[in-house]
Design a protein around this ligand. Structure first.
Ligand code: NAD
Ligand code: TYD
Length: 341
């Protein structure tokens, strides 16, 4: 299949592109704006493959989209591109609304006009808001987003719904729980704690540390996205989760244990405003309809993740210092090996 993957230089997108290229059989065009979160080093080694092309660009750029979809005869779109960090959305919501909502609408419109056969919106369980101590989010749970990030994703999901309902455009939506694994930007809980611990900095736990997230290894999420893209029912939403609820403090303690460090590194800091208490997913639909289930146990996945950050210290040090941006210039900038558009 000829696929347009947006946001393929980010954490999950890069893992997805790598998975597709490992398997072979598809052509993958990766459209990414390379915001602070986009890092082409996540795709090092893919650049010269004939079945892969990187284009630097914005999903809000309609002219670029129209040209690219026609030129590449794109059959399916997988839309990962988004502003993705809750804390940043609290500091400055505007770009989240702009990029995540208008970006999705622009892409939907261009894809619809181009006759794209499948469009997958990669969404999040955060659109459902927060749970009490019991219960799970199903696809029928009401949308009740609490952070500007979650609100922007919920709005984008509703635009997707409208494109299916109004135009019969074949949109699919996945709503996944928290991911972890290689290439995650070290502003999110797990890579931030690993990097801070390795640099001897404090590990900042928000509030009482008892907020619960359902953690899923990124490769399992990528497989879920791919199953829904190829075999899901257009117009449907599919929840994706790891059936692996953990309190933040349990995660931080486990990371310290794996790194051979003691708990003196933990520091409790002021809570995130509006901090959702608990997320938990009922993934029955994707399991029953598409036969998807997570393949990685948390203990193994987290160990592999810690090992990856230990082995790739240069990667996250460059991210933290900002030096990762030089990679783009070397490969795609003026005089570089690849042109970007
Ligand atoms: P990320 O922040 O690591 O990557 C986002 C990528 O999108 C970056 O490469 C960035 O350059 C690109 N991008 C941002 N705005 C763009 C624009 N306007 N045009 C083109 N490219 C743009 O994010 P991630 O963690 O990989 O998340 C990917 C998607 O999955 C997001 O839509 C997010 O909402 C969703 N999601 C993430 C998680 C998670 O745990 N990380 C869980 C569920 C759903
Ligand atoms: P995060 O990785 O930002 O994902 P999300 O907010 O989208 O779930 O945060 C995961 C959990 O970890 C969340 O409850 C907030 C908490 N957290 C901390 O306690 N300290 C931190 O430094 C960060 C980044 C997150």
């Amino acid at each position: 299949m000829k696929l347009l993957v947006t946001g393929g230089a980010g954490f999950i997108g890069a893992n997805y592109v790598r998975m597709l290229l490992e398997r072979g059989g598809d052509r993958v065009v990766n459209l990414d704006l390379l915001t602070y979160a986009g890092n082409l080093e996540n795709l090092a080694g893919c650049e010269d493959r004939p079945d892969y092309r990187f284009v630097r660009g914005d999903v809000r750029d309609r002219a670029l989209l129209d040209r690219l979809l026609a030129e590449e005869r794109i059959e399916a779109v997988v839309h990962f591109a988004a502003e993705s960090h809750v804390d940043r959305s609290i500091d400055d919501p505007r770009e989240f609304l702009d990029s995540n909502i208008l970006g999705t609408q622009t892409l939907l419109e261009s894809a619809r006009r181009a006759g794209v056969a499948r469009f997958l919106q990669v969404s999040t369980d955060e659109v459902y808001g927060s749970l009490g101590p019991t219960g799970l989010f199903t696809e029928d749970s009401p949308l009740a987003p609490n952070s500007p990030y979650a609100a922007s994703k919920a709005a984008a999901d509703l635009v997707c719904r409208a494109y299916h309902h109004t135009y019969g455009f074949p949109v699919l939506v996945t709503r996944c729980s928290n991911n972890y694994g290689p290439y995650q930007f070290p502003e999110k809980l797990i890579p931030l704690m690993i990097a801070n611990a390795l640099e001897g900095r404090p590990l900042p736990v928000y509030g009482d540390g008892r907020n619960v997230r359902d953690w899923l290894y990124v490769r399992d999420h990528c497989e879920a996205v791919d199953a829904v893209l190829r075999r899901g029912r257009p117009g449907e939403v599919y929840n994706v989760g790891g059936n692996n609820e953990m309190q933040n403090i349990q995660i931080v303690r486990l990371l310290l244990e794996l790194l051979g460090l003691d708990e003196s590194h933990i520091t409790f800091v002021k809570d995130r405003p509006g901090h959702d208490r608990r997320y938990a997913i009922d993934a029955t639909r994707i399991r029953d309809e598409l036969g998807w289930a997570p393949r990685h146990r948390f203990r193994e996945g987290i160990r592999a993740t810690v090992d990856w950050y230990l082995a790739n210290r240069a990667w996250w040090e460059k991210v933290r210092s900002g030096a990762y941006r030089e990679y783009y210039d070397r490969l795609y900038g003026a005089g570089g090996r690849h042109t970007s558009t």
